[in-house]
Design a protein around this ligand. Structure first.
Ligand code: SF4
Ligand code: SF4
Length: 285
């Protein structure tokens, strides 16, 4: 089963939920935590895994041989990202914009384009106790997060068969989030009971509905306020699967990189119940 953990905005405690769910499940299940928040992976700060390997993530970018180019302009016409710009027989390329789709190379009628790998990030893997851990790191300055997210998800093939996969998605609702959540069996949307949390939750709900991924909501810092969150979920027939109370001692634990389920038995119970609720809700849809 693949469970993604997403949120419409940053700072809601998404990683806290992903990490503590993994720590709860690993007592009885084989678990793999994939940190797909490749611009800012931080699950490792809580899990403290021993890393065992890494692999570069590259995309193939075009290199043009201007001696062969006939100036037809087709490469510029096909590129949806303005990453290649033919100016007569002089062709400019912008590797940082290239998505590595290979369209220009395929279409060039005279074979003037070859491809070279451009490194855009890194995937690292290892173990934190019995939890398999994989995370991606986008190279600073690279705008292409989705290929790194996909590389993290692909690496799962090397993880234990039948493991429950928990994906810590990036915040927001943009392409890297879609790449992270796509293909999940269930998505947890983490939010907080504030007007900002509600606003961004509505965007995240639209996204998972569009992706047709079954989902439920986890309210972090419950009791902080309401902001209409519960009313919205009721009106939209959205299941609230768990609530983590707003407690100073939980925040202090988080701030020092601690693990809630190991320090607070009542929180562990919340996560055990959350897993049960995920299984029940996923079965219903
Ligand atoms: S590989 Fe695709 S994205 Fe990159 S320049 Fe060619 S057409 Fe554009
Ligand atoms: S498609 Fe090939 S031949 Fe045509 S402009 Fe681009 S590089 Fe030159």
């Amino acid at each position: 089963m693949i469970v993604s953990v997403a949120s419409g905005k940053g700072g809601t405690g998404k990683t806290t939920i992903a990490v503590n769910l993994a720590l709860t499940l690993v007592e009885t299940e084989s678990v793999c935590l994939m940190d797909c928040d490749v611009e800012e992976p931080n699950a490792h700060l809580f899990l403290k895994p021993v890393l065992e390997g890494s692999a570069k993530v590259t995309v193939p970018v075009p290199i043009v041989n201007e001696e062969k180019c006939n100036g037809c302009g087709r490469c510029g016409e096909i590129c949806a990202f303005n990453a290649i710009l033919p100016l007569g027989k002089h062709v400019l390329t912008f590797p940082e914009l290239c998505h590595g789709c290979g369209g220009c190379t395929l279409l060039c009628p005279v074979g003037a384009i070859r491809e070279e790998p451009l490194e855009i990030g890194l995937v690292e893997w290892g173990h934190a106790g019995s939890i398999s851990h994989i995370h991606g790191k986008l190279r600073i300055g690279s705008p292409l997060a989705p290929p790194v997210v996909k590389a993290v998800k692909c690496h799962k093939q090397n993880m234990p068969e039948g493991a429950i996969s928990i994906i810590d998605a990036p915040p927001g609702t943009s392409c890297p989030v879609v790449a992270s959540v796509s293909g999940s069996d269930f998505c947890l949307l983490v939010t907080e009971p504030t007007p900002f949390g509600l606003h961004d939750l509505t965007l995240a709900v639209d996204m998972v509905r569009e992706l047709q991924v079954p989902f439920g909501v986890v309210i972090n810092r419950a009791g902080l306020g309401n902001g209409g969150l519960v009313d919205y979920c009721n009106a939209e027939n959205i299941h609230i699967l768990a609530e983590i109370p707003f407690e100073r001692r939980y925040a202090a634990c988080y701030a020092k990189g601690g693990r809630l389920v190991e320090e607070f038995p009542e929180v562990k119970k919340v996560f055990q119940d959350l897993w049960h609720a995920i299984c029940v809700t996923a079965d219903r849809v």
